[in-house]
Ligand binder design. Structure first.
Ligand code: CMP
Length: 139
């Protein structure tokens, strides 16, 4: 089925001017960018977005890394978009990521891993509404 997923191009990637190269990988895989904006997350926003990781030892560092530079938040649409985007991103740790994936191509470390993507359809809906009004999504 046609789905939507929330993608974030993270500070390590925006800082290195990789937005276009990463978008080209998404588009090459058949994902359509139906909404996109460049924003600078506040500490409160980043903390709330990653609230499920609050108890993890890397939470503070993750939040700090996400507010260091602007991010690009985007809605990707396509057939099986949630799973397809996860495939295209590659494993969370770039050391484990498959050839040709965004994280293999561009990520610097498990934390500075260039992109975030929703991990389920239900989370995708919540994460999309965290950043976008329905009127901002233009398929
Ligand atoms: P993301 O897909 O955005 O979801 C949670 C993020 O936490 C993950 O990508 C990484 O950036 C970060 N992360 C996950 N595991 C670790 C870890 N072991 N050490 C540091 N950061 C991590």
């Amino acid at each position: 089925a046609v789905e939507r997923t929330l993608s974030i191009i993270k500070p390590d990637a925006t800082k290195r001017n990789l937005t276009g190269k990463i978008n080209a990988v998404f588009e090459g895989a058949g994902l359509r960018i139906v909404a996109q904006k460049r924003i600078h997350l506040t500490e409160k926003q980043a903390g709330a977005f990653y609230a499920v990781h609050k108890e993890r030892p890397f939470y503070g560092s993750l939040v700090a890394s996400m507010i260091a530079e602007p991010v690009v938040v985007q809605v990707l649409q396509g057939e099986n978009a949630v799973a397809k985007n996860r495939e295209v991103m590659g494993a969370t740790n770039p050391a484990d990521a498959a050839e040709g994936t965004v994280r293999k191509l561009f990520a610097e470390s498990i934390e500075a891993n260039s992109v975030h993507g929703s991990d389920s359809l239900e989370n995708a809906k919540n994460e999309i509404s965290f950043f976008f009004a329905e009127t901002e999504i233009l398929p």
